[in-house]
Write a protein that binds this ligand. Sequence first.
Ligand code: SAH
Ligand code: SF4
Length: 342
Amino acid sequence: MLLGMDLTELQGALGGAPAFRAKQLYDALYRQRVESLEAVTALPAAMREGLAIGSLTASETYTSADGTTRYLLSLPADGKTVETVLMPDERRDTLCISSQVGCPVDCQFCLTAKMGLERNLTAGEIVGQVLYICSKHGLDPKSQHVNIVMMGMGEPLLNLKNVIKATKIICDDKGVGFSPRRMTISTSGIIPKIEELGKENLRPKLAISLNASTEEQRREIMPITRKYHLADLLEVCRAFPLKPREHITFEYVLLGGVNDSLADAKRVTKMLANIRAKVNLIALNPGPGIPYATPSEETVASFHAAVMEKLPCFVRKPRGRDIYAACGQLKKMAATEFVQIH
Ligand code: SAH
Ligand code: SF4
């Protein structure tokens, strides 16, 4: 499969053809987003023989009342599927992509966790999601109004090598053409990998799923905290090499009666005080078997106001809850399994 290959690898796939041939193929795959090699007429037919692009295809599509579309994209290597979500908005479109099939991190509030890890995605399968959505929806990757968030299925930092390789293609001017400033990677806090990411000169912006205001609370809802302690996570964030005007986003899923008190809000502002941080609050998106409640709007509003006193803070509006496309709801849920959750 050609998707995911860089120039050198493409040259190899072309049987050691001259470098300009690899450039033509790179351009066709990533910038022109061709769907079949027959369309790459610049390359002699003999060179195209035996090669396959490896594009993803939709096995299911669900459209929400709010315009969000959730795709189950089928991976040509083994027919497994991943979730990719497009959230159109007046000001910008947000494309949410996956990094793994399932997820090995056991967050207690997240449906994807219930799948466990099936496998890592290849760089080509990560790039393939972006290409699929851009083509399907006619999105211009160079537009200021399209963002990518790596917040779909999976823990991207447990697949860092492929994520970085995909990012290089997605953010290459001569490739897909997104700006790394419009791409965000979200992690549950894999400390050594955050350090590694910080050393990359081309990298997406960092978001941390904080979700708790104390070590004990975080251990309960995110058992990975036993391995990567909250204090150490904050320390690595403090040391993360930020670009001018760059922030780290801290996501905080509000779980009714668990982590949503004003005392929690105060502790959050305190622990983030010496980090260039902004906070994104997400009221729990419910799901079958998730043992938590969504807090009331008033609770969300008071938590928001308390954090806002010290830090920029936004409430993420739930998108596509009716089709199980919202944060933490990605689990290959089919329409027949949807239950009324509003
Ligand atoms: N694995 C990565 C990225 C995918 S999850 C991570 O955990 O950061 C993307 C975001 O959705 C995370 O911030 C996570 O805390 C949040 N999330 C997970 N389950 C949720 C749920 N049921 N309701 C609301 N947000 C949820
Ligand atoms: Fe994995 Fe993120 Fe879900 Fe945790 S919240 S289980 S890290 S996808």
